[in-house]
Design a protein around this ligand. Structure first.
Ligand SMILES: NC(=O)c1ccc[n+]([C@@H]2O[C@H](COP(=O)([O-])OP(=O)(O)OC[C@H]3O[C@@H](n4cnc5c(N)ncnc54)[C@H](O)[C@@H]3O)[C@@H](O)[C@H]2O)c1
Length: 561
């Protein structure tokens, strides 16, 4: 049997097993009546029956627990008055909201990276450019991938990090007392277990997107952040791209009036990657993504599109996502990819080629999010803001549409007095607008970010902000409730579609706090505090680099001998 065929068989068995598991309680109820059960218990000395009983009880126990493969669909919900309402776990007594959570300032951010495949190594390299950090540990399931990242530390004259590997290598990292932050860039199935372990062991976590894959994970991360008072940040880099940051600043200053409708997307045909993302055998860790899409319905990668627009729309800072409806096409190309890889017909592919989610907010605004990784098209995150007084659009054309009157009210001198807002501003007007409304983050980090890179620099701005907030003891730009709101589209969308596209109530993940903060903002330290912390961070890095230089010289000398 070919490797690909083995996988299809395994997946089919997986789905079949899940289906079998879900009918086991009924089988047990039909065949094992209380009378029969007591009879069986009474004659338990007979080994054969005891064996049967224990087998049945084991199967029943597994059946009652949510099975891993079906976790996405196991969250409790009910249909009430034409809409779907999902279960909202109560906040435990003594547990408090983590809104605007502040933690003690960290002089140095001692970080461990877990998951060093395609995405992780870039983060290690970027972090070597940030003052006041030390890379303590590098971990990947495959040891060579972790070891390979030492080259970035060497290049930056930073001491080597400790290497961890294997399925549970991260557990050793989490037990260490000299690590503050675990930066997680594993596949989607490992985001949650690593984050849980890290937080249970007193570490802040920063998790790649999407940080949580279903409602079980979402609510547990919220509870953990609230209980442990540790940050649980989602690494949504698209919130830090230049156009998005500047537009956020413009929106906050009222240039677009009320932003009433926003679009976001992840439209990126991944066919060049599917072969790479296809599981070649059971030990192949790069083969998770197509498999995940084959198994699960819903927008499984919503955060690039949703994150930046949710910030503009002040989600859980005066408004909240209230209702969503999702609709998908059936799978056309997804199936084809599996068939090409396996050489066999693909019976089931859960994720539609195109998934669209519409969200209405408490304040009567609408957000539209697309997911399409299957059909040929130019890369597009959409990012479109429709305001009562103006308009911003990033893909396929970057531009702003504003009237001359509105431009003047915003302190600008438009090149033309007849601008109506029906057309994009000229290049000249747009340049002047972006200069006048440059985001403070673009001003502070923009030039260096372009040099360091990471999706044109946005990844570096994101990392710098994470470190800045930790060093200055400030609330994070993206908190655990943002994580919850942006990731919930996967499971809630699937629930909507599985029920004929019924509206689903989006739970208030803040459990009552969504209207206590008025407007989204990036937190800043006072200029004096910031300067003192920056100086301290730079001094630390200078010393660390001296130490690192000596370390690598020693290693090289040893090698020569
Ligand atoms: N924000 C972005 O722009 C962006 C871009 C690409 C990928 N991503 C995200 O980054 C993450 C990683 O994506 P990728 O393309 O690098 O995937 P990948 O498969 O190339 O890398 C994942 C790595 O995790 C490792 N891993 C698996 N189990 C592990 C364990 N138990 N302990 C330690 N390591 C383990 C694998 O060995 C692999 O090296 C995903 O969540 C993805 O969605 C984000």
């Amino acid at each position: 049997m070919e490797e690909g065929e083995k996988d299809i068989k395994l997946l089919t068995e997986d789905i079949f097993l899940s289906q079998q598991m879900s009918i086991f309680p009924f089988i047990i109820c039909i065949f094992v009546t209380p009378k029969k059960l007591s009879k069986l218990l009474l004659t338990h000395k007979k080994m054969k029956k005891l064996k049967t009983l224990s087998m049945m009880l084991t199967v029943a126990a597994f059946t009652l627990l949510p099975s891993k493969g079906m976790a996405q669909f196991n969250w409790k919900y009910k249909i009430e008055g034409g809409k779907i309402v999902t279960e909202v776990p109560q906040r435990a007594a003594g547990q408090q909201s983590a809104l605007l959570l502040k933690t003690p300032k960290l002089k140095t951010v001692r970080v461990a990276f877990v998951g060093l495949g395609m995405r992780g190594p870039g983060a290690v390299e970027r972090w070597t450019h940030i003052p006041g950090i030390q890379v303590m540990a590098l971990c990947d399931y495959e040891k060579e991938r972790a070891e390979d990242c030492q080259k970035y530390l060497r290049k930056a004259s930073m001491p080597a990090a400790d290497i961890y590997s294997g399925e549970k290598g991260y557990e050793e990292i989490c037990k260490r007392k000299d690590i503050d932050l675990v930066y997680i860039a594993t596949d989607w199935l490992h985001h949650f277990p690593v984050a849980k372990c890290a937080m249970e062991n007193g570490k802040h976590v920063a998790i790649e997107v999407p940080s949580a894959m279903n409602m079980h994970e979402i609510w547990q991360l919220i509870d953990m952040s609230e209980k442990t008072r540790l940050h649980c940040v989602m690494l949504e880099n698209c919130c830090y791209d230049f156009f998005e940051l500047n537009s956020l600043n413009m929106a906050q200053k009222g240039l677009f009036g009320e932003v009433i409708y926003a679009q976001g997307a992840y439209r990126h045909e991944l066919s060049p990657f599917w072969d790479h993302y296809w599981k070649k055998d059971q030990n192949d860790k790069l083969g998770w993504r197509l498999d995940y899409n084959q198994k699960y319905r819903g927008d499984v990668y919503a955060t690039h599109g949703l994150g930046p627009v949710a910030q503009v729309m002040n989600i859980h800072r005066g408004d909240r996502m209230k209702t969503l409806v999702a609709m998908d096409t059936k799978s056309f190309n997804g199936k084809k990819h599996v068939e090409q890889m396996s050489g066999k017909p693909c019976e089931k592919f859960a994720n539609g080629d195109q998934t669209t989610t519409l969200i209405r907010t408490e304040q009567g605004k609408v957000i539209e999010i697309h997911h399409n990784v299957m059909t040929p098209q130019p890369y597009n995150r959409m990012y479109q803001l429709t305001g009562t007084e103006g308009f911003a659009n990033k893909y396929p054309v970057e531009g702003y549409a504003l009237s001359s009157k509105n431009m003047k009210q915003g302190g600008m001198s438009p090149s033309n007095d007849d601008l109506s807002g029906h057309e994009y501003l000229s290049k000249e007007d747009m340049k002047a607008l972006e200069k006048a409304y440059a985001s403070p983050l673009v001003t502070k980090y923009g030039d260096e970010a372009k040099e360091v890179g990471g999706h044109g620099g946005m990844d570096f701005i994101m990392d710098c902000r994470l470190v800045y907030c930790l060093q200055n003891g400030l609330p994070m730009d993206i908190d655990v409730y943002d994580l919850a709101e942006w990731c919930c589209l996967a499971e809630l969308g699937a629930i909507s579609m599985d029920n004929g596209c019924l509206p689903v109530e989006v739970p208030d993940f803040t459990r009552g706090g969504w209207n206590t903060i008025k407007g989204y903002s990036h937190a800043f330290a006072s200029p004096e505090e910031e300067a003192a912390n920056d100086a301290q961070a730079k001094a630390f890095t200078a010393k660390l680099k001296e130490k690192g230089k000596r370390y690598w010289e020693k290693i090289d000398k040893k090698k020569k001998k």
